[in-house]
Design a protein around this ligand. Sequence first.
Ligand code: ADP
Ligand code: MG
Length: 574
Amino acid sequence: MKIKRLPPDVAMRIAAGEVVERPVSVVKELMENSLDAGATRISVWVVQGGRVSLVVEDDGRGIDEEDLALAVESHATSKIASLDDLESIGTLGYRGEALSSVAAVSRLDIRSRTGDSSSGGRIKSEGGVISSQGELNCKAGTRVQVDDLFFNLPARRKFLKSPVAEMRRITKLIQEYSVAYPEVSFLLYGDTKLVYSTPGSLDRGAVLERLWGDEPKVRSSQGERGNYRVSLWWQEAPRTSRISLMAFVNGRRIDEPTIKAAIASGETNSSGNWAVWIETPPDEVDVNVHPAKTEVLFRHGGDLFSSVKDCAMSLQGDRRPSNPPSLPLYSPESPKTESPKIDFPRPKTKRPEYKDDRGSLFTRVEAPVVKSEPRVSQETPPSVSSKPEDTVFLGQLSSGYLLFDRSGELVIMDHHGAHERINFDRIKKSMERDRAVQSLAIPVPLPPSLQSDCEEHLDKLGELGFDFQRSDGVLQLSGVPDFRGCGSISPLTLLRSSMVGLEGGRISREAVWLRWATIACKASVKLTWRISPQEAMALWRDMNEDGAVAACPHGRPVIITLSDREIASRFERS
Ligand code: ADP
Ligand code: MG
């Protein structure tokens, strides 16, 4: 076949496709231009997920009217002038390709005025061809409108996702930039509704707290190694293995596997939301690797890895519980004549008491961290059958297990597993009976990061017993599943734990209930906590209620029994 030169407009559209993959890439490029122009307020309007129209407006420096035509030409930039400048790029843009690429695959309309000129200008183009240009009386700053994206690139248009899915990407992007640039006010409208906003007056931690919610607590740490200064924020997400990460280097958003690897390289579970902010001299990092500028090369990647890892580990170290106190049942130092004194010291850390209450109180509790995912046992384990009055509590081993004398038998109980079983049975029973909803006296506004996840699953969450209402466009949690007697779980923790069960689009009610049971249990009874005789007996009674079974919902046994016969035979008395 003969080799032919591609017509310039075809070549241009192909090249444009590398910079502009979908609506969110347009928003990213336009927003970066606004930030480079020193904007303090950036507003974004999105119609139909950006398929129909996208507008980015800022109060930045503006473009001179006579430069407007140049701005939409490819390789035209005000940010670098020579190859040397590439060594130390201090702006987000520098390739001079964004506006020309967007222009090539859309109908574009730019209005702009610089602060020092009395009038501004406007330029319109279709598929990269300028259709009109002139003077315009407009406010200072720049407004870029992109209509009918990919109207002349049908292959690419076909690959666009639903408006909701495209909007989700745009929302996430703007949320991330609002964290990176807390001094800038961001406003995002979706089909005229305000979807997300920041005031531009908070610090980074405060923006993150508004975005993620303040529960579980957002923790942060800083560190420095070589030329890399790293700040990390982490909001732990118990009971998932998902790491959701946003990372910025010198204000540039990057997708860098090294950072995720560094975070995940510690020994403990690092699931949850992470924000990583890296500062380094511009010549330490080569940003000129990818047209969308999301991949970068680090000169000393090893230093960066270690610095992120150290910071992440210091955060995870904060979370690790201190060793709980333990006391052996029998201490050799005790006087031989007296029977050993069984003491139940209170742990240093405050913990809620185990009660066999049937009330449901919603208070704030920190959810636990475990590595493995629970599995629901299919088998029906053996029943515990005895009356509580036949049973005497003997004490607690230093390893945490409880000892009971049940009419001469020795029973060893894993009270953590027992509690989990009790909770699971109660939840299952009350959820299967009716889907009762407990209304919250004060509806809880969802943090923006959770809101977009919930929007997709409102019907399934409704089936689980969650109610929502909307106020000024913000989704609020107004009711939670009402299962009684499982202690305290905060409404947002309950909702978050259920979201995990909805990932992948399916819903397994039992798996979600199990999660609730485990969270309720971890919050109230840990194996290593000292248990008072009253608490132990309350647990025993609850275990025996309704013929409860002797295995935890994960299928592990909850009690081990040594019968009097077995004990006698061990002592070779039978
Ligand atoms: P780059 O950002 O890589 O320079 P672009 O194609 O994105 O390339 O933009 C071309 C030029 O148009 C920029 O260098 C800048 O001078 C000007 N420009 C684009 N958007 C804005 C804006 N929002 N405010 C001020 N100037 C802008
Ligand atoms: Mg640019």
